[in-house]
Write a protein that binds this ligand. Structure first.
Ligand code: ZN
Length: 508
């Protein structure tokens, strides 16, 4: 009897346990399916070295729903704990802001889908933040941070700079760079002068229907300049000195110019304002004796048409690197120099502006420089004027720095249509081998993909903003060379004479 009761209890327990297991299983399946519907969520965090002594790069990446929501932020780690605390804090704020935005946009999208039955393709959150070192010596370090936020068709872009004492970790305030208290007035005056001059130059190349229209254009531009350069600390929140001896003033998108221009930068040689600078800065840049900067060396000659390798006969490929120059580009150039391989760099104006010496080295090494727009805007969403602005501003800057004006253009995201082709006025260079290095960030995977997918005449896509990509290059070059490939620039691959404006190229 007793035994019998125990047996029944056992059966009941088994039934209940089985039910619980089934329920948990069902729940798991449901959650998995929900996950699959929204795309899986991925998070990554890693630290890589930089070309600057004592500075490492910390990166956090998150994305979900097939990159409808994506975050990519890199920030510096220094040898000073005080500096790191400050930098970590502002990175954490940016990440928190991204997550909040994702929650909001998800809700908005769900409502939109419910109401319209449409898919809500424009609802997304893309946050990107990266930095550059403007200046570094044993005592001081200056960073420039670029923050992009995009939650719809247009995005905001702001630039912020910070200068630190590397020993004490304390932030060096802008006022300490100048001799008097009126530094905001000095900055305001200098940037107004420069920006008005630029507006006049721009207007000279424009055609107005009437004198009245011309005047209106000037009035609106001057109003923006005036407001954006009022002598306030807020307007001058990104002012640094770079290693080339320039005072660099960055203005956010929309601050002193229409949105399509993006971030605006004014650079003033320190030698021009030496009497206004603090004794410390003057000493740092030897400004007492040096009155003017030495003239830059003459521009290097263009590579000969067709190059040395005849790609009609030999097996050629063109390695291309987008989105730089970055803190990883110097290392890439070392590799290319050692392996004696040529490549093409599709640079962004915003990055070329800060990495001027790197850009000059790219050019001096006989690499080809192409135009990848000013700040990575999707050209299919821009007007004629905006596309030309993106291309011309970048080309002007590259020409000023290297002496060579780039012609070939790679549209950001490879996105283009007939309108882009006619507006760009340049050959658009796409690619036919893409290891998706930004997604995998895996040196071996990137190398294998490039080596096994390259064919004679291929244009290979990579990004020199990732350390993992740069480290894949020795293997890629050795691997393809052993198969008889030559590494040439895009213009050499396609042939200078075969390149034509208004056409797109994916390979030779
Ligand atoms: Zn790009």
């Amino acid at each position: 009897m007793k035994r019998n009761t125990e047996g029944k209890l056992g059966v009941w327990l088994a039934v209940v346990a089985a039910l619980i297991i089934m329920l948990v299983g069902l729940l798991l399946i449901l959650t998995r399916e929900k996950g699959a519907l929204q795309g899986s969520r991925e998070e990554k965090e890693y630290v890589t070295p930089s070309k600057y002594e004592g500075v490492q790069i910390k990166t956090t990446e998150e994305h979900e729903d097939d990159r409808r929501y994506a975050l990519h932020i890199s920030w510096p780690v220094t040898e000073n704990e005080n500096i790191n605390r400050l930098l970590d804090k502002s990175a954490e704020n940016f990440i928190a802001e991204y997550r909040e935005s994702v929650t909001k946009i998800k809700e908005a999208r769900e409502d939109y889908i419910k109401e319209t039955g449409l898919d809500g393709a424009t609802f997304h959150t893309h946050y990107n933040s990266h930095f550059d070192v403007a200046f570094a010596n044993e005592d001081y370090i200056a960073f420039v941070f670029y923050n992009y936020r995009n939650t719809g068709n247009t995005g905001t872009e702001d630039v912020l700079s910070k200068i630190y004492d590397r020993h004490s970790g304390e932030e060096i305030l802008l006022s300490r760079l100048f001799a008097g208290d009126n530094y905001l007035e000095v900055l305001s005056e200098l940037s107004r002068e420069e920006l008005r001059e630029r507006a006049e130059k721009e207007a000279a190349g424009m055609s107005f229907d009437s004198q009245n229209e011309r005047q209106q254009w000037f009035e609106s531009i001057y109003r923006m300049i005036e407001q954006g350069t009022e002598p306030t600390a807020e307007n001058f929140h990104s002012v640094v000195i770079n290693e080339e001896g320039y005072l660099v003033i960055n203005f956010d998108k929309y601050q002193v110019a229409p949105g399509y221009v993006g971030v605006v930068t004014v650079e003033i040689p320190l030698s021009k304002i030496s009497s206004k600078l603090s004794p410390g800065v003057r000493e740092l840049f030897d400004l007492v004796e040096e009155v003017s900067k030495p003239t830059p060396p003459p521009a290097p000659p263009r590579p000969p048409s067709g190059g040395v390798v005849n790609c009609a006969v030999e097996k050629c490929v063109a390695l291309t690197f987008d989105d730089g120059p970055s803190v990883h580009t110097e290392r890439l150039l070392d590799i290319l120099a050692e392996k004696e391989a040529k490549a093409t760099f599709f640079v962004l104006g915003v990055n070329a502006r800060v990495q001027q010496s790197t850009l000059r080295r790219i050019s001096d090494m006989g690499m080809e420089i192409g135009n990848h727009s000013w700040n990575h805007m999707d050209f299919t969403r821009l007007s004629d004027v905006e596309i030309r602005g993106q291309i011309n501003d970048t080309a002007n800057l590259i020409e000023t720095i290297t002496g060579v004006r780039p012609w070939i253009v790679r549209p950001p995201y490879g996105a283009f249509n007939d309108h882009t082709l006619s507006s760009a006025g340049a050959p658009l260079i796409l690619w036919n081998v893409d290891p998706e290095d930004w997604k995998y960030q895996d040196t071996e995977l990137i190398a294998n993909h490039l080596i096994s997918n390259a064919k004679p005449g291929s244009i290979l896509l990579a990004h020199d903003i990732y350390g993992t990509t740069v480290e894949a290059m020795p293997a890629v070059i050795d691997g393809l060379r052993s198969q008889g490939y030559f590494f040439v620039t895009v213009s050499e691959l396609v042939g200078h004479d075969n390149l034509a404006a208004g056409r797109a190229y994916r390979s030779r």
